[in-house]
Write a protein that binds this ligand. Sequence first.
Ligand code: ADP
Ligand code: ASP
Ligand code: MG
Length: 406
Amino acid sequence: MALIVQKFGGTSVADIDKIKNVAQKAIREKKAGNKVVVVLSAMAGETDRLIALAHKAADSPDPREYDSLISTGEQVTVTLLSIVLNSMGHPARSFLGFQVKILTDKAYKKARIVSIDTEEIKKELKKGRIVVVAGFQGVDDDNNITTLGRGGSDTSAVALAAALKADQCDIYTDVDGVYTTDPNVCDKARRLDKISYDEMLEMAMTGAKVLQPRSVEMAKKYNVPVYVKSTFSEEGGTLVTKEDKDMEKEVVSGITYDRDQAKITVVHVPDKPGIAAALFTPLSEQNISVDMIIQNASLEGHTDLTFTVSKKDLKDAQKIVNSAAKKIGAKKVEVDDDVAKISIIGVGMASHSGVAATMFKTLADEGINIMMISTSEIKISCVIQRKYTELAVTVLHNAFGLEKKK
Ligand code: ADP
Ligand code: ASP
Ligand code: MG
């Protein structure tokens, strides 16, 4: 008897018929003799609707109440699925984060899971019930409801799989696996049978939203085999696992994009020690992650500092940066949220020259201006104008021959 965690995303539970389809998938695993834990997202669009309501209610909604509010979409789907399963004669029980208890830290909107109490779930499984757990939510040690960041039910599922020592974690979604790039943006995208944790992590971190980055981090740490599968078709599938010999060792194996980026430039900053710290320390204290950073060459003792933050952090970041900029004597702060980050990923990149040049030339040939560049051993990212996102993905996919490789 195996223990299987199945996670279904928003489009997979968008209405009652789809929830009935999810029930069939859980029942199938149960009938095959497995113990089944199902993790659900909210219905497609529901979390966005709740977020919009919070921002209609107040400019800066109180974070505790905000998390409590946006976690409610999952309560609807887990209870509906349990109702459906029970009515079909398959005993099931739903659990919210605090009922499990999925303990997190106190970072509202992007809480990290600290521990999961598996006792209650194990008891239910022993009784032969299907256990249905609300994704995306947890509780801190003061009993406040927290959420795990957008796309966080992936992380709930992998964390539960790790804590329960599950044999497998199946992530069911609206595409039939992980592709060389977003198949909804580039029709030449190719599905991968297998991808290593490291490459998947890099793809997730640079924008491929098929898996939340933390879910991949966790899968790697606890060695959880993750299968990305389609809810709507039996075909395909991608296994995310440890790197092995028969995995593709391409120079470039994937292209990603991230439209959730905003660029902030602090203009004419005195070029002296402590300036970067004065800007970035208050941002990190407010839990705002800074992604790419560039500092221009100094001219007559002054320089410009440009960096990117997630769009959802922009308002808060702007306040902090405006105040820090005054203190350090910068001339002004400029913001551009009409940008996107395009990245190419590949473990083989470090040992090959000319990859960056190919990327830059490909973009230049299309008249796409590069505003910022950052590189790591297995990725190169460029910030460009947002309107060129799809074009950039498509021409880079072609330039690196990703559709052809078998
Ligand atoms: P869910 O609601 O099931 O969690 P998401 O919308 O979060 O689904 O993630 C699935 C989406 O991820 C797909 O519809 C696809 O557009 C997008 N995506 C982006 N990059 C990739 C990729 N490389 N491979 C597969 N899907 C991708
Ligand atoms: N419902 C949450 C979101 O929309 C969590 C998830 O879908 O994974 O971000
Ligand atoms: Mg998702």
